[in-house]
Design a protein around this ligand. Sequence first.
Ligand code: V55
Ligand code: FE
Length: 484
Amino acid sequence: MPGPFPQTPDLSGFNAPVRIECDLEELIVEGEIPAEIDGSWYRLGPDPYFPPSREDDIFFSGDGFVSRFQIRDGKASYKRRYIQTDRLQNDKAAGRSLYGAYRNPFTDDPSVQGSIRGTANTTPVFHGGKLLALKEDYLGMEIDPDTLETRGWWDFDGKLKSETVCAHPRIDFDTGEMFIFGFEAGGLCSRDVSYAIIDKHGELVSEQWFEVPYVSWMHDFVVTQEHVIFPVFPHTTDLDWLKAGNHHWKWDPSLPTYVGIMPRYGSVKEMRWFKGPAWSGFHFLNGFSDGNKVHMDFSVMRTSPFPPVREASGVPFDMADIQIPYMRWTFDLSQPGEGWTETPLCPAVGDFPRIADKDHMKDYEIGYYINYDPANGEPLMCGPTYMGFNTLTRMNVKEGTHTSFTMGPGFTFNEPIHIASKQPGHEGYLAMVVDLHEEWLSDVVILEAAHIERGPIARIKMPKRLKNQIHGVWVDSARRRGEL
Ligand code: V55
Ligand code: FE
C-alpha cells in the first residue's frame, strides 16, 4: 500500500496530487461561452501517481497528466488521463516509486537503472497532425488527441538524433514550420544542443548540433522570422553534483549569461555569442527581427525563482531579485561587442506569457501574462515558486500601457490560453483555470482578450480541484481539420 505523500510545499495544499482520471460531460457554465469558440484546450502538468521515493521530491518531478477541455456550441466537457510513460509503468508494476531525485538517474532504484525517465509533464503541442506531450528531459510523447491515450515516444520517424526535445517549440503561423531544440542533447550533462526544423507536415527537414559554454537549463528559446535566439542562463549542473544525490539544477551566479543568435535557416557555425552578467529567465513572450536588430521580450530575474533550487545552491532569497519589469532585450547585429540593450515594457512582475498565434515572431502590439500583485492579496502557496499568481495582465508594448484582471485574495491563476476570433478586428478570448483556495475547487474563466478588466464573460464550474498545470495549448477545430 502506498503511504501518504510528504507534507512539503511541493506536494501539499494546492500542490497535492489529484490522481484522478475522468470524463465529465455537460460541465456547468455560468454566463455564456461565445458560440464561435470551437476546439480543444489541452493542458499538461506533473501529478505524482505514487508517493515519491524521496521526501524532498520537487514539483517538476511528477508523472505527466494530460487533460482536455472540449468547447463547442457553448458547452464544455473535460477529460483527464495519466500519460503512460515507461517510468509510470515501471512504478505501477512495482507498486511504488522507483525513481529518485529530479532528473538524476544516479538516485534511482537499481531495478530501473537505464530505463527511460521521461515524464512528458510540461507542454502539449499540436503540429503535423500530432499531439505531443513534451518535457525537456526526453523526446515528446505522442497522445491520441481524442481519447488522450498514450501512443509512444516520437523521434520524427527515427530522424531526430537528439536525446531531448525542449518544452517550448515555436511554430511559425505563416509557414506552419515548427522549430525545436534540445539541451543535454548528447546525454546527461552534455553541453550539446540540437536545433531542428520540422516542416508543416511534421517532417524533420534539418537538425544541427552546437555546444553551449556550460550546461544550462535552456527552458525556452526565441524564433523570429529571420533569426533564432538561444539564451543560456546560469542554472547549471554537472555529473559530480548529480552523483552527490542532488536534484538536477543549481544556481551559479558566478557564471555569465550567454545569448547565441544565428539566422534561423543558417548554419550553427554562424552563431554569434553575446555575453553579460548572470540573469535568469524561463519563458519568452515573443521576439522579432528588424533589420540588424533582434528583439526578445520576457520576464527576467536575477536569481532562481524556485525555492528548492536556491536552497540546494545556498543562495539567500531577496524579493528584489525577482521583481523586475517585463523586459525587452535588443541585440544589434551590426555592432561589434558582446552587449545588448534592455528596455522595460510593463511594470507587472510575472510569467506564463501568451500571444495570439498570428503575432508570433513578428513586430506586435499585445501580449498577455499572469503576475503576482500584492495589492490583490497575500501570496498563496502553490506552484513551484510557492507564490501563486493572482492577476492577469494585458500589455500593449507599442503604447506602453496595460490593463489587468484579478479576483482578489483567495484565488490563483494558471497559465492563460489565447483563442483567436473568426470576427475581423476582434482580439479573441483568453481562458484560464482559476484555483479557488477557500472552496478547494477550480473554475475556468473565459474573458474578452481586449477587455479583461471587465471580468469573465463565462465561467465553467468544475466539481473538483484541478492539479496545477504547467502549459496548455488551444487547438481550434478548424486547425485540427487542417483548415488553419
Ligand atoms: C518547467 C517545468 C518542468 C520542468 C522544467 O515550466 C521546467 C517550467 C513540469 O516540469 O521539468
Ligand atoms: Fe515552460
